[in-house]
Design a protein around this ligand. Structure first.
Ligand code: ADP
Ligand code: MG
Length: 253
């Protein structure tokens, strides 16, 4: 039913003598949220940046929407959206000005208020980027990936450092983007996040993929081996308590 939009075959990346990515292969399907999970240093960012055309691979093959990375990097750039490190923004421009600036770089028409509405930041339209909270900055930077109407967006640890409410707001935003037809590939080291957000995940450790499946399938497979959690699990956790006490709405920080 769904088409493959990214194919990675036997990808290797060496930094000098050190091999950070050791021959990984995976496919991403059109319209899914695909997660690369793994501890720090596993090779997640390296892998994403190679697919984004921002880093040279050592060997292997990468095809994005039928385009070979070796032959058509510029065509690939046109159909992807990449979340920049937030420190890269001009701190003294307001959000409308930043959206216009990005749109100009992409040669696209932008409707800044519509975009801000999508991320619940209309009331911050005249605020400067540096005046936003952590969660608002992340929402804004995700929105900027959408300006060139990409087929695929890449989010590298989009929720790291956010509080629980801001994380959940971001999950809703990312699901909404996927629901509108954009493929999302993201990295995270939060398993709870991957479980609610990702259609499929690849678990990567020390430069190797050790499992690829839907979170559901991975959990079922583990349970089928006879695995049981060591102690009885309560019906709520401390995060649920926090969100219940402070409210789940867009109220942030
Ligand atoms: P992750 O995003 O999973 O935390 P990275 O892809 O950033 O992992 O890094 C994978 C490994 O490659 C780490 O051991 C890291 O120190 C190393 N590494 C990353 N970038 C460079 C670089 N530019 N030069 C040398 N080593 C690097
Ligand atoms: Mg990383």
């Amino acid at each position: 039913m769904s088409n493959t939009i990214i194919q990675v075959k036997n990808l290797h990346k060496k930094y000098g003598e050190f091999e950070a990515v050791k021959g990984i292969s995976f496919d991403v399907m059109e319209g899914e949220i695909f997660g690369l999970l793994g501890p720090n240093g596993a090779g997640k960012s390296t892998t994403l940046e190679i697919i984004e055309t921002l880093r040279e691979k050592t060997s292997g093959e990468v095809i994005v929407n039928g385009l070979n990375l070796d032959h058509s990097p510029n065509e690939i750039k046109k159909i992807i959206g990449v979340q920049l490190q937030t420190s890269g923004y001009y701190p003294n421009l307001n959000l409308i000005e930043l959206i216009r600036l990005f749109a100009g770089l992409y040669n696209e028409e932008a409707d800044p208020m519509a975009l801000l509405d999508k991320i619940n930041l209309k009331d911050k339209a005249k605020a400067k980027f540096k005046e936003l909270s952590g969660g608002q900055k992340q929402r804004f930077s995700i929105a900027t990936t959408l300006i060139n109407h990409p087929k695929i967006i890449f989010l590298d640890e989009p929720t790291t450092g956010l509080d629980p409410q801001a994380r959940r707001n971001l999950w809703d935003l990312i699901k909404g983007i996927r629901d509108e037809g954009t493929t999302v590939i993201l990295t995270t080291h939060y398993m709870d996040e991957a479980e609610v957000l990702c259609d499929r995940v690849a678990i990567i450790d020390s430069g190797k993929i050790i499992a690829i499946a839907s979170p559901d399938k991975m959990i079922d497979d583990l349970v089928a081996t006879g695995f049981e959690r060591p102690k009885e699990v309560k019906k709520a956790n401390l995060e649920d308590v926090f969100i219940n006490l402070t409210g789940h709405s867009i109220r942030e920080e």
